[in-house]
Each structure stands twice: as structure tokens, then as C-alpha cells.
Design a protein around this ligand. Structure first.
Ligand code: FCB
Length: 448
């Protein structure tokens, strides 16, 4: 059987500034919270640091050439806030502006549509010192940054994303294994509240500009949890907690339905963690976007007993990133949930999907990544079926173009279609790169 995608389906690849650019202390860039966090002992696997990463700051033309060769129609990247405004809220760095101007011009010359994220986790450290997302001033800071971006690149970027996976801010402030590394859930809740207001304020700013070709949206990842043993109370409660209280519900409810969900409100009250709000915040958060970006990696089945064991292992250290069981088919249920439960009625893109390989398996094994091909094929098959159900998805971005700095997993988790040799900075195509190229060329693939 053959799966064919709509004629105008947007095939793409995704990356993020802090993960690929490197040149952390060049071109006038200021430090980000990840530069600082990665210097704390034991925070990043094998003490990986994003200082050089893939050096895409210097090698971006090479990267665009790889995309062109693969035939990708769109590239999702992010702007680095500390490269644009080194101290977060003051002077604009002309070298930063120049870099992204050149990158975008290079994409356009090669017929690749830019999809750019304003915030993909790399807060200027100077703002963290002032409280970061926990300080309501972040709304002013973020609006200033967004204004600079829109002034400089407004019409040149077709798809604008305010935030990538806001849950990272929760992880960084409540759980501590992402930057800035705090473990204070109440503070984290306040941060998320401000973040959502930042998002809504920038949507308004964007609307006022009446840009002709550009659209604006947000990317929320959905790792949907299901009870492993249906009917088991503990498993059921765990799924509700992980979806509504510490998962996608924290964002999808305020963005698309308005306000925090009943479950979340109850929890926040009981825990004395209700964020300080101002009048009108919830209306601002809910401002209509033009599209929604879904990052989908997996569905998860919660077995309360296994979760306890895992938590214990995590506390004992070393468990940087789990490779849970594989549920590519869950994307169908997730997309139905977006439309049916959250009433998402704007175009949807799959803004990230992929599979990591362990660097420890060695280069040969990493290059022969049939496992990644099989997984992505399963996701795309389920996606195609969902589209046949009538849910329209306009595009799909693979994470990632090339192996890169994978946050707290450092350089140990390889997600690329291209293998990055971190010694020589060579990019070497994996088997999946050839496969993806063919999928794009044929706008589909065969399944047995
Ligand atoms: C997502 C992030 C992205 C990358 C992939 C593997 O959660 O948005 O930066 O780390 O996971």
C-alpha cells in the first residue's frame, strides 16, 4: 500500500539555535542560561557544553545545502535571544541581526520556507539574574525582543512561533534538570503564567502589523499519558496528573479553551501554588493564533509501580533521558484530542518528530539508522490515517537536520538525519537522510 500526502504538504526539518549554532562567545552574543547551566558539574551528560555544538553559526551555508539536497520545503530554526540582545533587554547586536539576515536570505535563495521560533529555551542569563520568567517584567523584555525580531524579519519569515515547548520552563524551574536548574514548583507555576501572557501579547503585536504573508503560532509538545492498566486507580490518577497538572493541559487549556482547567485549578489551590495574576491575563493568553505546532515524540503508558522504580533510579542519578516504549500510533489520538477536546480550529503542523540514537553505539551503527526510519514511517502512517479521518495537517518537520546539543543529554543522544562528527564538524548522511529525501521526492512512501 502507498501513502501519498497532499500536493502542497510541507516537508521540513527542525533545529534550534542553542543546539546547533555554537559560537557562544562570538559575534557579540551574550551568555544564555544554558551556557551557565552546562558549566555546573553533573548537569549535562559527559559535561557536554553548547559552546561549539555544530558550529552552524559559521557553517549555515553548508546546512542549507544539505537541506536543498534533501529537497526539504521548509526549515524550522530559532532565533537566539542572547545573540540578538546580549543582555536581554538593552542594545541590539547588529552582528546577530546580520547572521539571521544571511541565513534567511540563503534559505530563500534555495527556495526553502523559513519557520522561526522566537524562544527555544535560551534565555539571556542577564535576565535570569533578574528573576527570568518569574519576574513579571519578562513581559516587557519579551515584547521588546519580539519587536526587534518583527522589525527586522517580519515579512521574511512565513511561520512565526512565539515559544517552543513552554514545558521546558517548568522542567527548568520545578524539576531542575534543565536550565536554569531550580527546583521550586511554585516559582515554576508563576513562570508559566507569565510565559503565556508573553505569548498572547506578542500575538497582539503581530496582528497590529498586518503582515501580508506571515503567520503566527505556538508549539506545544504533547506526550500523552495513558493508564497502563485500565481501571487501576493509581495508573488512572497518574495519567491525569501527568497530562493535566504537569503536562500539555497546563498550556492547551489556557491557549485554546481559556483559563486553567478545573483539575489544575484544584491542584494549585490545594498546593498553595496559585500564580499571581492580573486582570485580563487569561484573555490575553487566549488570543487567536494562525496555526498550532505539535511536537510529537511518543505516547506513554503509566504503570504506577514502574514509575516509582524509575523515580528512584532518577534520584540516584544517571538517568538523563529515558527511551520509553514506542507508541508512534498515539499521534492519531493526540490529533483527535487537539481538535475534539481543545477545539483547535487552526491549521496544524507537526513541528517536531524523531528518534534518538545513543552515541555510545558507535558511528557505524549510528549511520545505519533503520530503527529511526521504521519509527518515523510508523508516525507518518498514523498521521496519514488521521488526515484521512478529516483532520488536516499542513506539514511535518523531522527533528533534526543533524545531531546536535541535546540539552541535558549533551552530545550522547543523536537525533540527526546527518551524523555530526564533533571533532571535524563534518556532516555525514545517515541512512535516514536518503530515505527522507525519497519520501519528499515522491511525496509519500510504501508500507507493507
Ligand atoms: C524537543 C525539543 C528539541 C529537541 C527534541 C529532541 O523536546 O523541542 O529542542 O531537544 O525534543
Amino acid at each position: 500500500m502507498r501513502y501519498t500526502f497532499p500536493k502542497d504538504f510541507m516537508w521540513g526539518v527542525a533545529t534550534a539555535a542553542a543546539q546547533i549554532e555554537g559560537a557562544a562567545f562570538e559575534g557579540g552574543r551574550g551568555p544564555s542560561i544554558w551556557d551557565v547551566f552546562s558549566r555546573l558539574p553533573g548537569k549535562i551528560k559527559n559535561d557536554g557544553r553548547p559552546d561549539v555544538a555544530c558550529d552552524s553559526y559559521h557553517l549555515y551555508e553548508k546546512d542549507v545545502a544539505l537541506m536543498k539536497e534533501m529537497g526539504v520545503k521548509t526549515y524550522r530554526f530559532s532565533f537566539s535571544w542572547p545573540r540578538i540582545i546580549p543582555d536581554g533587554s538593552g542594545e541590539v547586536n547588529p552582528e546577530g541581526i546580520r547572521y539571521y539576515k544571511e541565513l534567511i536570505a540563503c534559505l530563500k535563495k534555495n527556495g526553502i520556507v523559513p519557520n522561526a521560533t522566537m524562544y527555544h529555551w535560551d534565555l539571556p542569563y542577564a535576565l535570569q539574574v533578574k528573576g527570568g520568567f518569574g519576574n513579571r517584567e519578562i513581559i516587557t523584555w519579551f515584547k521588546h525582543y519580539a519587536e526587534v525580531l518583527l522589525d527586522n524579519f517580519g515579512e521574511d519569515v512565513d511561520l512565526w512561533v512565539t515559544f517552543n515547548e513552554p514545558i521546558a520552563v517548568y522542567v527548568g524551574h520545578a524539576l531542575g534538570f534543565f536550565a536554569p536548574g531550580l527546583q521550586d514548583e511554585k516559582y515554576a507555576r508563576q513562570c508559566l503564567h507569565h510565559l503565556l501572557v508573553c505569548h498572547g501579547e506578542v500575538v497582539r503585536m503581530f496582528r497590529e502589523r498586518n503582515l501580508q504573508n506571515a503567520k503566527i503560532g505556538i508549539v506545544v509538545d504533547v506526550w500523552k499519558h495513558y493508564p497502563a492498566r485500565a481501571g487501576n486507580e493509581e495508573d488512572e490518577a497518574s495519567a491525569v496528573y501527568n497530562n493535566e497538572i504537569t503536562g500539555y493541559g497546563m498550556f492547551l487549556h489556557p491557549l485554546f479553551l481559556g483559563g486553567y482547567s478545573g483539575e489544575l485549578q484544584k491542584y494549585l489551590k490545594e498546593q498553595d501554588m496559585e500564580p499571581v495574576t492580573e486582570e485580563g491575563d487569561f484573555e490575553i493568553m487566549r488570543r487567536k493564533v494562525d496555526f498550532y505546532g505539535l511536537n510529537f515524540y511518543n505516547g506513554l503508558y503509566d504503570n504506577a509501580e514502574e514509575l516509582r522504580a524509575r523515580e528512584k533510579a532518577q534520584k540516584e542519578g544517571g538517568n538523563y533521558q529515558d527511551r520509553p516504549e514506542s507508541h508512534p500510533e498515539a499521534i492519531r489520538d493526540v490529533l483527535h484530542m487537539l481538535v475534539e477536546k481543545y477545539k483547535v480550529d487552526v491549521p496544524i503542523y507537526i513541528t517536531e518528530n524523531g528518534l534518538p540514537q545513543d552515541a555510545g553505539e558507535g558511528r557505524e551503527k549510528n549511520l545505519d539508522d533503520q530503527e529511526r526510519i521504521d519509527y518515523v514511517k510508523d508516525v507518518l502512517s498514523a498521521l496519514h490515517e488521521t488526515m484521512e479521518d478529516g483532520i488536516q495537517v499542513k506539514g511535518y518537520y523531522m527533528w533534526s537536520l543533524l545531531d546536535n546539543f541535546e540539552w541535558s543529554a549533551g552530545y550522547a543522544a543523536r537525533y540527526g538525519l546527518y551524523y555530526t562528527d564533533y571533532q571535524t564538524l563534518e556532516r555525514i548522511p545517515k541512512k535516514s537522510a536518503g530515505w527522507y529525501r525519497q519520501v519528499i521526492a515522491e511525496n509519500g512512501f510504501d508500507v507493507e
